[in-house]
Design a protein around this ligand. Structure first.
Ligand SMILES: [Fe+2]
Length: 175
């Protein structure tokens, strides 16, 4: 299933921002923004979904944004430990989060509920790809501590369960 995006993806939009700082603090700061984007997007999906599949979708999106929100504090504190308070600058983050959210269709504007689940699936898959890139970058730079390695692995494991649930939801409607 292909999801049509309105414009560029967050990765494309923010390559420049990632290049601006190449330390582990900047890299993790970018992930704090990503987790905020996922948390906000899925909470809005929770509120916006409708139709015959409403209740299941409403609960699924709630589960996803709750599980993602739980990860933000740990990641942000790791970012500060590596890059200082600048890694959690409200102005930088608010700008980045707004731009990233605009890179994906709003759940409130979807024609029907399955499109919301399909967009959410694409969002999570894009983020897993981004984590993989960060993992490789930090590992190559010798900046991947055991704790951070463990955190990123566990985060991907959580996100893979979201991919599974969203895939089941999308296939239910098209299969
Ligand atoms: Fe709610």
């Amino acid at each position: 299933m292909h999801t049509t995006f309105q414009g560029k993806t967050p990765q494309a939009a923010h390559t420049a921002m990632r290049m601006a700082g190449n330390g582990p603090g900047e890299e993790l700061s970018y992930h704090v923004a990503w987790l905020r984007v996922l948390s906000i997007w899925f909470q809005h999906a929770h509120w916006s979904t409708r139709g015959k599949t409403f209740y299941g979708d409403h609960l699924l999106f709630e589960r996803i944004y709750n599980e993602i929100t739980e990860e933000i504090d740990t990641l942000a504190e790791k970012a500060v430990a590596l890059g200082g308070p600048h890694s959690v600058d409200t102005h930088s983050h608010s700008h980045l989060i707004a731009e990233m959210l605009r890179s994906y269709p709003s759940p409130s504007r979807a024609d029907e509920a399955t499109m919301i689940a399909a967009t959410g699936l694409a969002l999570v898959q894009d983020y897993i790809t981004t984590i993989q890139e960060t993992y490789d970058t930090l590992k190559a730079a010798g900046s991947l501590t055991m704790g951070l390695d463990d955190f990123l692995m566990a985060l991907v494991s959580t996100l893979e369960s979201h991919v599974y649930l969203l895939q089941q939801r999308v296939q239910q409607s098209i299969g």
